[in-house]
Design a protein around this ligand. Structure first.
Ligand code: ATP
Ligand code: MG
Length: 417
């Protein structure tokens, strides 16, 4: 993509009302735009990151035998009355139309997916079932000041599993743990993210959150370095000992909940009377689990954790582009020609490249923008680099650049992964 064709521009300052680092960088670099508190537009660069995160999640959910669907946002009030959540869920957006009909804007989808499953599940032979979607959620978040970490409209992957018994649920729960670990590893925050024991509410001892250590986090967790797990301070009464090994020297950190997995058991199958016939022909309640990941929150978490003082530092698998090709030509035709050749060569080889072909920017401005945007490799074509025998290459994480010949350049990018 040519940078001159991006309709967005970088900004020196973030809007004064944005206090979080993720929003500051994402807005300044032109990845997102804020429409109102907790509501963001994904611009071309941000959308590319979001789509890569989406595809990683999709691949991992498919690998775990999840089946993708897309459920609506507009939910009939009756479904929410059936579970009691029309009254009890504080952050539910309620909308009514001129005929007086009331709807909820979906903050989660048990009220839709359970009646859906009921249409297809009747026998033990129909189970287990794993259904997921990647879709917009609405929640009346009162504290929406953490940028894309806490949206009032945000994209979530939500998977719901349906089982004949608790052992089967537990088995799948372990499959999901691995799938989640893969997602966070591939998004570049695997080593920062801990499986965290949290309160399970009324239906199981624990639920599990995936907490990424960051000062921007709203949660406090206590980490057992030996087991690489943590406990959430808010809800677990005994925070001083590791639930796995019993160690009592846990490390306290602030963390962002990037995902969670939950045993619902019969909490939602009961109100909708979702049952199946077992082998003896008896009616039994379907046992459920649910598993969420916020896509924007994951993107914002990567920004919070991996940025430096100059800007964002994208891990290769979710970077908007692999190469940022900077052309410092001013009015040097030869440089411009060579830069276009390199751009074409990279495109042909399938190396995703953002070409800064802007002619009205100084070298300093291009470098600053490149650091802010945070693409993994910077390739520079200038009069000086051509005289030295090629182009300058530098990783976003490195300090110094090297000269490589144009022919050698391709060997710098071993094909993805
Ligand atoms: P929190 O305690 O942060 O409000 P939650 O317990 O309400 O989260 P869930 O309802 O379990 O979250 O949602 C599943 C996942 O969706 C979360 O782990 C998180 O990644 C994401 N998520 C939840 N709320 C938001 C939000 N307001 N904005 C962006 N992502 C969110
Ligand atoms: Mg919440």
């Amino acid at each position: 993509m040519l940078q001159s064709k991006l309709f967005t521009k970088t900004r020196k300052e973030a809007p004064a009302d944005e206090v979080s680092k993720n929003a500051e960088f994402l807005i300044r670099a032109g990845f997102v735009d804020k429409l109102q508190a907790g509501v963001y537009t994904y611009l071309p660069l941000g959308l590319r990151v979001l789509k890569k995160i989406e595809n990683i999640i999709r691949e991992e959910m498919n690998r775990a035998e999840g089946v993708e669907i897309l459920m609506p946002s507009l939910h009939p009030k009756e479904n929410w009355e059936t579970t009691g959540r029309w009254e009890t869920m504080d952050d539910l957006y309620k909308v009514s139309d001129t005929s007086g009909r009331e709807n909820a804007l979906g903050p989660t989808h048990e009220e839709v997916v359970v009646p859906l499953a009921k249409k297809f599940v009747s026998s033990y032979r129909d189970l287990p079932v794993y259904i997921y979607q990647i879709q917009n959620k609405f929640r009346m978040e009162l504290r929406a000041k953490s940028g894309v970490l806490r949206g009032r409209e945000f994209i979530m992957k939500d998977l719901y599993s349906f089982h004949t018994n608790e052992e089967d649920l537990k088995k799948y729960y372990e499959v999901m743990k691995t799938a989640y670990e893969n997602v966070f590893k591939r998004a570049g925050i695997g080593i920062n993210t801990y499986l965290t024991f949290a309160s399970g509410g009324s239906f199981s001892k624990y639920s599990h959150e995936f907490q990424a250590v960051s000062e921007a986090g709203e949660d406090t967790i206590h980490i057992c370095d030996k087991c690489r797990i943590a406990v959430n301070e808010e809800i677990i009464s005994d925070q001083s000992t590791c639930p796995e090994c019993g160690a009592d020297d846990l490390r306290k950190e602030k963390a962002i909940e990037v995902g969670n997995i939950f045993e619902l058991k019969t909490k939602y199958s009961k109100p909708f009377n979702l049952t199946y016939k077992d082998e003896a022909g008896n009616d039994k309640d379907v046992i459920m689990g649910c598993y969420g990941i916020g896509l924007g929150r994951l993107m914002g978490t990567v920004v919070e954790i991996l940025s430096d003082e100059k800007g964002m530092v994208w891990p290769e698998e979710i970077a908007p582009f692999k190469v940022h090709l900077l052309e410092l030509s001013s009015d040097d035709i030869e440089v411009s020609k060579k830069a276009s050749e390199v751009y074409e060569m990279l495109n042909k080889a399938g190396v995703e490249t953002l070409h800064d072909d802007r002619t009205d920017k100084t070298a300093g401005e291009k470098f600053a923008d490149s650091d802010l945007i945070g693409i993994p490799y910077r390739v520079l074509v200038s009069d000086k680099s051509l005289k030295a025998g090629g182009v300058e290459i530098k990783k976003r994480t490195e300090k110094d650049s090297r000269i490589v010949s144009i022919d050698e350049l391709m060997t710098e990018f071993p094909q993805n992964k």
